[in-house]
Write a new protein. Structure first.
Length: 531
């Protein structure tokens, strides 16, 4: 017997139709790289999306074709997401911070037909154009030339019906950052993206409704922009976009537009703290900040919370669309001390409905949720990857749909998950594991430390021991002894680094994470004192 309810395909264009119909006059604001401001709304974004769909069809783009964007956060990019997907194409967001060879590999592997890009990335386009074998059309997103985004959409009338079809059809393609080997593509479906958006608007996740004023600082090209373009349409939020991520610009825009919600990687908030300390200006209306991409230092969480801002500590990956867990408050939150609340937020949080987690040891045995037993973190759910795009190696999951995330974690009795490291970054000393993430976050808690990275280096007795690389804050002359003294109250004695090296800067991936592979290569011959 079948149910008697309507069979309603969950397709992404229904999100923009909903936003335009129910929240059409809710603003979508862009601060362009040259300082200009553009004001639109959800109805305007929907019109531009339909006209872009028409324009792409006029170029000969067909259902299933990949259309790439290389652009920052702005209203035209938002419209492009819905226009490409709405005509049946597959949106492919390119990360301009990747190396040239990676960009060429990704665009050619995806077989992109069109590239929509910001003028700021013209040098990249000019440099790579002859190597991009499948791209036939180049469109400037923020210019006024004849082949610009604005000219292209303004030439259409917008009388367009979205492509219909199965909700399991692909809608978006994102590639992993590829710190080792070639990047891999993750192909999202309409269904997975809509269900993911439903999870995101929940109070325990991003907590979005039509009163929310949202500034995503995470770029739209980073892990599907954390899904905010889809969730924002579902909730009818006011969006505030900035095409530049300078702290002074972001802070002023937050105050001018009364931004209540923001999301970004830890380095964004480090930069904002520097601006606050230098000028005294700070975001006055922020209610909720979501931090993801890499583990947030406890000192960062504590500072934001002392400012009266709720902090959501998130974990996820390109392969999880990307939300896997979020730092939802526990039922006894109001009974906890401030330090206990910070302890809770410092973990990566709980799963929303739809995601399941487990931790397994090297033999594949599931570990208890005791907050102590660590192992490889596995996940599964309707917005978790099944297989990589055009990858002949087979499924990326086991027979029970579990995906090995490559992270090492513990799960606490209350269900909160805590990342202790990436499997390849764990420091293995004397048969025991030392968490490089916890060491780094403890070091950054020192007031004179701007950034820190911990890696394992060879040791004749213990196999590996920690080497801590530290970037001092400007004007600081903090010593290794002072940092060791600070760490002594934060981590186990046997975790203390055998050496501390001060450096001017640390390498990062295109998404802002510490590039441990480069550090391990650079310091592979580093000699530790063994006395």
């Amino acid at each position: 017997m079948l149910g008697s309810m309507q069979d309603f395909e969950l397709r992404v264009p229904r999100l923009i139709d909903h936003a335009a119909r129910e929240y059409g006059d809710r603003p979508v604001i862009t601060r362009w790289a040259d300082g200009r401001e553009a004001r639109s709304d959800w109805a305007g974004v929907a019109r531009d999306a339909r006209r872009l769909a028409q324009a792409l069809e006029a170029l000969g783009i067909k259902r299933g074709d990949r259309v790439a964007t290389m652009a920052m956060n702005h209203g035209h990019h938002l419209a492009a997401w819905y226009g490409v997907i709405g005509m049946g194409g597959v949106l492919h967001t390119l990360n301009p911070r990747l190396f040239d060879d990676q960009l060429v590999y990704i665009a050619n592997h995806a077989e992109d037909r069109v590239l929509l890009y910001d003028r700021a990335f013209q040098p990249i386009v000019d440099r790579l154009r002859d190597r991009l074998t499948s791209i036939d059309h180049y469109v400037v997103m923020d210019g006024d030339c004849p082949d610009s985004f604005r000219a292209m959409v303004d030439a259409q009338d917008g009388d367009y019906a979205w492509a219909e079809g199965d909700e399991r059809e692909p809608c978006m393609l994102c590639y992993t950052s590829g710190t080792t080997g070639n990047p891999k593509g993750v192909l999202y479906s309409h269904r997975s993206s809509v269900i993911h958006a439903m999870a995101e608007i929940q109070p325990a996740v991003f907590g979005l409704d039509t009163r929310s004023v949202v500034m995503p600082i995470v770029p739209m090209f980073h892990a599907a922009g954390w899904g905010l373009n889809f969730a924002g349409a579902m909730a009818g939020v006011k969006f505030v976009f900035s095409a530049v991520n300078e702290p002074a610009v972001l802070c002023a825009l937050m105050n001018d537009e009364k931004v209540t919600h923001s999301a970004g990687v830890p380095t964004v908030w480090m930069g904002m703290f520097g601006h606050i300390d230098a000028t005294g200006e700070q975001p006055r209306h922020l209610e909720l900040v979501t931090i993801g991409g890499s583990a947030a230092p406890r000192a960062m969480i504590e500072r934001l919370m002392r400012s009266g801002i709720r902090v959501n500590h998130a974990w996820g990956m390109t392969e999880t669309s990307p939300i896997g867990t979020m730092g939802a408050r526990s039922a006894d939150w109001d009974d906890l001390t401030f330090d206990q609340q910070v302890d809770q937020v410092a973990r990566q949080g709980r799963v929303p409905f739809g995601v399941e987690l487990r931790v397994v040891d090297d033999d594949g045995t599931e570990q208890p949720r005791d907050g102590v037993s660590s192992g490889r973190l596995h996940c599964r759910g309707p917005w978790v990857i099944q297989r990589y795009f055009q990858d002949e190696s087979g499924p990326a999951i086991d027979g029970d749909n579990w995906f090995d995330t490559g992270d090492v974690a513990v799960i606490h009795p209350d269900g909160t998950m805590q990342i202790t490291d990436r499997a390849k970054d764990v420091i293995k000393s004397g048969g025991e594991w030392i968490s490089s993430v916890e060491l780094e976050n403890a070091a950054v808690g020192h007031p004179d430390v701007a950034e820190a990275a911990a890696i394992g280096v060879d040791h004749p007795k213990w196999d590996e021991r920690p080497l801590l690389l530290v970037v001092r804050k400007p004007g600081s002359e903090v010593t290794a002894a002072a940092i060791t003294g600070h760490l002594s109250g934060q981590v186990a004695r046997w975790w203390l680094p055998d050496a501390i090296v001060f450096v001017d800067s640390l390498p990062h991936t295109a998404t802002g994470k510490l590039l441990k592979t480069a550090l391990r290569e650079q310091y592979k011959d580093f000699t530790l004192a063994t006395a």
